[in-house]
Design a protein around this ligand. Structure first.
Ligand SMILES: Cc1ncc(COP(=O)(O)O)c(C=O)c1O
Length: 398
């Protein structure tokens, strides 16, 4: 018997949890406390880059835990230098601030945008944000988020945001023409929680052009779509552009909490001593997790793997769901895949669990797959085999 579906007595009831407790894992397989096996096509929401109990990551983390977990940013932390150098090398950017989560990285990015504006003499700086965006659940990041459900009950929202639709350059040009307070454009390269909605390459290139012309910062939230998930280190690299500010988190630590704001030359000197900080951020354990994650990804060719196995998974889904009434669109970039259905499909979460598969449903109608980057071709085929009959049966219901 699995754990019953009821709130845990001392844990605040803020999640709609499924009635299962996972106890251990290996690669893309996890087992619950009753010994039942599941195929993990969610990776803890794009976090477990290397899957579970990776044979190279585990000994590295054990070694680090036995040496140092936390010191303080009062002192030099050489592992920060090492991870920052690696992030700058793979992004082409220039500097990094380390925090603990996605919302923290985004909160820091918003502080950079405001300070950048003030440094230019703009007293009430504004940031362009997007419909259907998700940037986190702090007061500032939920204000930047484009989802009324996330904001409801937490008003007054933080001011200083203007909202536009995705992939509409005319809306950005109108801001450039009419709004002298804009200092930055802030978007997910591929919207995750909003339903796997990519910013088109031409759109990103257009944004880069307008930001350069206007002296605005281009800030790309790669918390969910970054760290190899789409088959390049960062999703914007498919468009051949670079952001000025790039918040990261999730997959960077393969499960150890971490966040990072990676910045280019335009934003490098915006924050100075005393402007920003955090107790846990950049601690040796998280830094080691980041360094080893990037190293293993590189050594094991996981970018190429994410691209090819992701294409195989998407092809399989398209083949099995082709022509099915009620499948609106399948959107895929490497191992970031959304299957949009014509009606809300939250029930598929439990049905997939019952069938031994971990997935997510986001934006009410989008089945989302974010498997570990180590997923094998056979496991990808198995995801298709389990999931497609569930979707077909669901769509056949009245
Ligand atoms: C694009 C994006 N930004 C920010 C966040 C917030 O990250 P965290 O939950 O680590 O605060 C998320 C989380 O889903 C996300 O998908």
């Amino acid at each position: 018997m699995n754990a019953p579906a009821r709130p845990m007595p001392h844990v605040l009831d803020t999640y709609g949890r499924l009635p299962v407790a996972l106890s251990h894992g290996r690669g893309c397989r996890v087992w619950d406390s009753e010994g039942r096996e599941y195929l993990d096509a969610l990776a803890g929401i794009a976090v477990n880059t290397l899957g579970h109990a990776h044979p190279k990551l585990v000994p590295a983390l054990q070694d680090q835990v036995a040496k140092l977990i936390h010191t303080s940013n009062y002192y030099q932390i050489p592992l920060q230098e090492q991870l920052a150098a690696a992030l700058c090398e793979i992004s082409g950017l220039s500097g990094v601030f380390f925090g603990n989560s996605g919302l923290e990285a985004n909160e820091g990015a918003l502080k950079i945008a405001r300070k950048y504006g003030h440094d230019k003499g703009i007293d009430r700086p504004e940031v362009i944000v997007y419909e259907r965006a998700f940037h986190g659940r702090s007061i500032a990041t939920l204000s930047a988020t484009g989802n009324p459900k996330v904001q409801k009950g937490f008003e007054p929202l933080v001011e200083g945001f203007v909202r536009v639709p995705l992939n509409d350059l005319a809306a950005i040009e109108a801001q450039a023409r009419d709004n002298p307070n804009v200092v930055a454009v802030f978007l997910e390269t591929i919207q995750g929680e909003g339903g796997i909605n990519p910013a088109r390459n031409e759109y990103l290139q257009g944004l880069r052009r307008i930001c350069d012309a206007q002296g605005w910062l281009l800030m790309l939230d790669e918390v969910q779509c970054g760290i190899g998930r789409t088959g390049k280190w960062f999703a914007h690299q498919w468009a051949g552009i670079q952001p000025d500010v790039m918040p990261l988190a999730k997959g960077l630590g393969s499960g150890v909490p971490i966040g990072a704001i990676v910045v280019g030359p335009k934003a490098l000197n915006v924050l100075g001593p005393g402007n920003h900080g955090t107790t846990f951020g950049g601690n040796p354990l998280a830094m080691r997790a980041g360094v080893e994650t990037l190293r293993i990804m590189r050594d094991d060719g996981l970018l190429e793997h994410a691209a090819t196995v992701g294409a195989r998974l998407a092809d399989g889904l398209r083949r099995e769901l082709a022509g099915l009434d009620g499948v609106t669109e399948i959107r895929a970039a490497g191992l970031m895949i959304g299957i949009e259905l014509a009606r809300p499909c939250g029930v598929l979460l439990q049905r997939a669990l019952d069938a031994g598969l971990l997935i997510s449903v986001t934006a009410d109608r989008v089945v989302r797959l974010l498997p570990p980057l180590v997923i094998s071709e056979a496991e990808a085929d198995r995801v298709v085999e389990i999931l497609c009959p569930l979707i077909r049966a669901f769509l056949a219901e009245a």
